[in-house]
Design a protein around this ligand. Structure first.
Ligand SMILES: [Zn+2]
Length: 245
């Protein structure tokens, strides 16, 4: 399974640029010792003269640089935003990265992009609905109650952004109210939490469940099936009485 993974990492050939948010080629340069001085070179990090894992990546699209040390991006320290969840699907990751990139400059734009990321994430997870508002309503049985409450408040806050049906969330930023600037960070956090609940947890559960020997799984599934049949029979039995009263 080889999904395009655009997460920024030191030495990677391409990732979502922290400046422009585009999935772009990144050229990598490293600090190395040369003679008595220090130079920047495009040689590999395995070069024995590399200095303490410092490097610079330059975006092939906007040409801005990022500074790295020991696998951590030091610059731009764009914000205190959490990084994307490791299981975030690529189509949501793209907008998430754009939201994080634009956050220091425009929280309203970041909020709109993060909503777009949330919408793509929910659709990827198989939630159905015409727009984000409807998608959120339909997560009720899928996510923990606290997360559902948080999602529901996002439906109400800045409701003007929820009516984009063409999947172009970047175009609706201008319709955000001034108050929405405050909630960009919350939405971005919620995207990660929804990813955990709707994608990561089911994935982990499936892996663990499939590790149980098949005979045991069949036995448990048989028990569940038996309980369901009993419940259905009881409901059928109770129905005539209910309609007679
Ligand atoms: Zn860039």
């Amino acid at each position: 399974m080889s999904q395009p993974d655009g997460k920024p990492a030191q030495g990677k050939k391409s990732f979502y640029c922290p400046h422009c948010g585009v999935l772009a080629q990144q050229s990598d340069s490293r600090l190395v010792k040369e003679g008595t001085g220090t130079v920047l070179t495009s040689r590999s990090r395995r070069d024995p003269r590399s200095i303490a894992q410092w490097s610079f990546s330059r975006c092939g699209v906007c040409e801005n640089i990022a500074v790295w040390h020991d696998n951590q991006m030091i610059y731009p320290t764009a914000s205190t935003l959490p990084g994307p969840h490791e299981d975030m699907p690529p189509e949501a990751l793209q907008l998430y990265s754009e939201a994080a990139a634009v956050f220091p400059h425009s929280r309203r734009a970041a909020a709109a992009l993060a909503r777009g990321a949330l919408e793509r994430l929910l659709r990827h997870a198989g939630v159905e609905g015409r727009d984000l508002s409807e998608l959120i309503v339909n997560t009720e049985s899928e996510v923990p109650w606290a997360l559902f409450q948080l999602l529901t408040s996002l439906r109400v806050l800045g409701n003007s952004t929820l009516h984009d049906e063409q999947g172009a969330p970047e175009l609706v930023a201008v319709y955000l109210d001034e108050d929405d600037a405050e909630i960009a960070e919350t939405i971005i956090t919620v995207v990660n939490e929804a990813c955990e609940a709707l994608i990561a947890v089911p994935k982990r559960a499936e892996r663990i469940y499939n590790a149980i020997p098949k005979a045991k799984r069949d036995y448990v599934e048989g028990q569940v099936d038996g309980v369901r049949k009993l419940a259905a029979a009881a409901a059928e039995h109770a129905e005539p009485e209910a309609s007679a009263s």
